[in-house]
Design a protein around this ligand. Structure first.
Ligand code: NAD
Length: 441
């Protein structure tokens, strides 16, 4: 099939590359000319394991192209995916400016019938707004409204394993008004579901809401475990044991039950807020999502208070040197949007500490946010030299088994705050570290 992708970010580029890999002809559009230039010069603008190989292979085969010109992308396409960003507005509602701008432009430029699909995470009703906007533009040009069909196809890939998630999806959800469109999309996704068909066709509203429901459920599990971890610390329980006890119950399962320093990323915080706002709009309070969202803010602050309390007993943070391992909001990505590390580093710097940070993939993005308020190091060991504490913010594999003797010898004080529970508290104490983790005695 011939496909146009509007918005060549984490979702758009992965979707475009993977669909091209199945034999489709894909043209990715972005309004960011620099991003498109980089792609044309062979640079992948994001860190995503396995993406470069798929992108390069399909470029070489002539199935994957890039442009800033929507006309060019729409020329041959029968299917057009909208994959633009939907950031929160001032109230936490999903800001649909980019989605509706893309829709309007499609309506102005399409020269043949198309199926336009919202893949961006959008509130219920948006896909029909997209249709309305396109039809308004078609009417201005005297073109028949039936030229456009719409569908909702929310994306469930996880950054860090996005290519694998797209190639072997747990499920593909599609919401349509017409069965023929669902069948067309079923065919498009069939190459990715040869072993077991996991295509779920439904109405548009259910499809749109499913994405928010899934993210809210996952974020709620994390917030629940984080609150429990605080209770564990007070009561002498160990959150790792509690997690094992919960996770072995098949009704609960083991995933998304890790206590940490609070969730972040480009999706959970904004999608929780958008769901809460959607509930407000329809007078159905999303009390569980609202509590989980509030619990996350509290928990992120609780972790910061632990760090702060430690330094208060030794003259405060001013003039202290603090090393941070991990800037990305989770391992295997360079995405720092809403990352807990950024809030922590901002607070450390504001309190007068010298902050040194390392991340295997996310330094560039961290620099864009915090600039020279942080010293950005090229290895994990570079930033611990003379440090008064190390804070582990991201669970990158290379942080899981460091040379503790080297750490101890380099640091000014052997103090570790482990926001990801990577190390064994007993071992750390035996090695002579002052070790603080989350919810473990
Ligand atoms: P992103 O910020 O990485 O990429 C969005 C791209 O769209 C940017 O490159 C931007 O320049 C471009 N863009 C915006 N308006 C445009 C327009 N009118 N024309 C052309 N290009 C335009 O965003 P992302 O992380 O890929 O997320 C995209 C959507 O997918 C969001 O709604 C997000 O919630 C959802 N989503 C993201 C993930 C994820 O893990 N990142 C997972 C599932 C769903």
């Amino acid at each position: 099939m011939k496909i146009a992708i509007i918005g060549t970010g984490y979702v758009g580029l992965v979707t475009g590359a993977c669909l091209a890999d199945a034999g489709n002809a894909v043209c990715c559009v972005d309004k960011n000319a620099q991003k498109i230039d980089h792609l044309k010069q062979g640079h992948i603008p994001i860190y995503e394991p396995g993406l470069e190989e798929v992108v390069k292979h399909n470029e070489d085969e002539g199935r994957l192209a890039y442009t800033t010109n929507l006309d060019q992308a729409l020329e041959e396409a029968t299917i057009c995916f909208i994959c633009v960003d939907t950031p929160p507005d001032g109230d936490g509602k999903a800001d649909l400016t980019n989605v509706l701008a893309a829709a309007k432009e499609i309506g102005q430029k399409m020269k043949s019938p198309k199926v336009v699909i919202t893949k961006s995470t959008v509130p219920v009703g948006t896909t029909f707004k997209v249709k309305e906007s396109i039809q308004t533009e078609l009417a201005k040009r005297g073109v028949d409204a039936t030229w456009v069909d719409v569908a909702s196809n929310p994306e469930f890939l996880k950054e860090g394993s996005a290519v694998e998630d797209f190639m072997k999806p747990d499920r593909v959800i599609v919401g349509t008004e017409r069965e023929e469109i669902a069948e067309m999309l079923h065919q498009l996704y069939a190459p990715f579901m040869r072993k077991r068909d996991r295509f779920l066709a439904m109405d548009v509203a259910s499809s749109e809401l499913s994405k928010y429901a899934a993210n809210a459920m996952l974020a709620t599990r994390i917030s629940f475990m984080n609150e429990l971890s605080q209770l564990c610390e007070r009561t002498g329980a160990n959150v790792t044991h509690v997690r094992d006890a919960l996770g072995t119950d098949p009704r609960i399962g083991p995933d998304f039950l890790y206590a940490g320093l609070g969730y972040g990323g480009s999706c959970f915080p904004k999608d929780m807020k958008a769901l809460i706002q959607l509930g407000r709009e329809y007078h159905i309070p999303m009390t569980i999502a609202a509590s989980a969202d509030e619990a996350n803010d509290n928990h992120r602050n609780w972790f910061w208070q632990k760090v702060n309390a430690h330094f208060e007993t030794s003259g405060g943070l001013a003039g202290k040197k603090v090393a941070v391992w991990g800037v990305a909001f989770k391992a295997n990505t360079d995405d720092v949007r809403c990352a807990p590390s950024l809030t922590l580093m901002d607070k450390l710097a504001a309190a007068g500490a010298t902050v040194l940070a390392f991340d295997p993939a996310a330094i560039k993005n961290g620099q864009k946010v915090l600039g020279d308020r942080v010293t950005w190091c090229s290895t994990g060991y570079d930033c611990i030299d003379g440090a008064d504490a190390l804070i582990v913010c991201t669970e990158w594999r290379e942080f899981r088994s460091p040379d503790f003797d080297k750490l101890k010898a380099s640091m000014n004080a052997p103090v570790i705050f482990d926001g990801r529970n990577l190390y064994n508290p007993k071992t750390m104490r035996a090695l002579g570290f002052t070790y603080t983790s989350v919810g473990r005695p």
